[in-house]
Ligand binder design. Sequence first.
Ligand SMILES: NC(=O)c1ccc[n+]([C@@H]2O[C@H](COP(=O)([O-])OP(=O)(O)OC[C@H]3O[C@@H](n4cnc5c(N)ncnc54)[C@H](O)[C@@H]3O)[C@@H](O)[C@H]2O)c1
Ligand SMILES: [Fe+2]
Length: 414
Amino acid sequence: MLWFRTPEKVYIKKGCLPVALEELKTVMGKKKAFIVTDSFLYENGYTKDICKRLDEMGIEHMTYSNVAPDPTLSCAVEGTKQMVAFKPDTIIAVGGGSPMDAAKIMWVMYEHPEVDFMDMAMRFSDIRKRIYQFPKMGEKAYFIAVPTTSGTGSEVTPFAVITDDESKVKYPLADYELMPNMAIVDADMMMDAPKGLTAASGIDAVTHALEAYASMMATEFTDGLALESLKVIFEYLPRAYENGKNDVEAREKMAHAATMAGMAFANAFLGVCHSMAHKLGAYHHIAHGIANALMIDEVLRFNAEEVPQKMGTFPQYSYPHTLRRYAEIAEYLGIKGKDDNEKLEGLIKKIDELKEKIGIKKTIKEYGISEKDFLDKLDEMTEQAFDDQCTGANPRYPLLSEIKEMYLKAYYGK
Ligand SMILES: NC(=O)c1ccc[n+]([C@@H]2O[C@H](COP(=O)([O-])OP(=O)(O)OC[C@H]3O[C@@H](n4cnc5c(N)ncnc54)[C@H](O)[C@@H]3O)[C@@H](O)[C@H]2O)c1
Ligand SMILES: [Fe+2]
């Protein structure tokens, strides 16, 4: 059996936020909303209109605005304390991946104070057959995600990436109980995103679609979303980057594309690019999207190998077909080539051109990470990337030596 799951309600189109929020009163009769965001968004008025709307509807509200980028477990614990005291029947996460993910963890801790984080973080090879039974969510609070970046797709995914303060390990938690109940994707929240953020979050969405399409769990349902989001991103991300403040169309297209890519990987999952990016980001403080951008070329070439050392576990196909899958993406994007290898190279070239247009550097080294520091941490990063939850869905099973080699190539470039 396979499946396709999304939040029960996904609202789209610029300007949809105030209209969608009305349901809290008219349909659901909610009384208390707890908003989770970060200090920048709070101080710059990103939650103001939401609060105004809640006031108009007579819904009491409280805001926790202390989420740091790449949120830590201690930040989630702090927010939960306030949540427990306030007793909301609704949680509204406003922000990029960081506030949305932190809010998901707070939601679990609020509904189930008995849960142990390390139990939730336990890895599994098949989400339907995991040993750890994730607690049932939604009995105390309805969860709404309002993304302000395009983006992580967290508004439609059952994932939350959280860093353990002590070990500094970044854990992607995964369970459909973590799926928001409602996503409100309103480009009005993204119009003023600075160039660096537009680039990093946009290229993150590219890697979501690429990994979901090549994943062992990909289905016809996720394929369509992945392909379409890629087509839209290649066309509109450079425009959103260049002139995002004024280009409403580009912002809206990017908002929708990132959510589509999110729906694709919410069901097909990701792969070793994200595994390596999670650890690269955690060890060397590189933004999540950039970390993915630095690894993706290597991963495409690695996965496309037709005679891999080891295939992925439990594939839905009998022989490696990832080169063909990448060629299909290339064909959908109009890239020509005399065979699949040429199409793959054309796809990599197109990704590199996109990265250049949006100011992303070519190598890890160029991001100012010293060779010594990189090499000192390489073995630890490699082991942790191998052990990351995302590795399981990768179409090719990576050996530790192969992960290390990809890191090295991405560090030095070719
Ligand atoms: N849950 C998932 O499915 C998933 C998927 C991919 C990534 N992630 C996680 O998401 C995090 C990255 O999220 P992100 O890239 O959205 O960034 P982010 O949430 O970390 O935000 C980065 C910075 O941008 C600012 N910002 C956000 N929206 C803005 C706007 N509209 N205008 C101006 N500034 C704005 C924030 O205040 C913050 O300072 C990482 O921790 C990553 O691991 C989660
Ligand atoms: Fe990502």
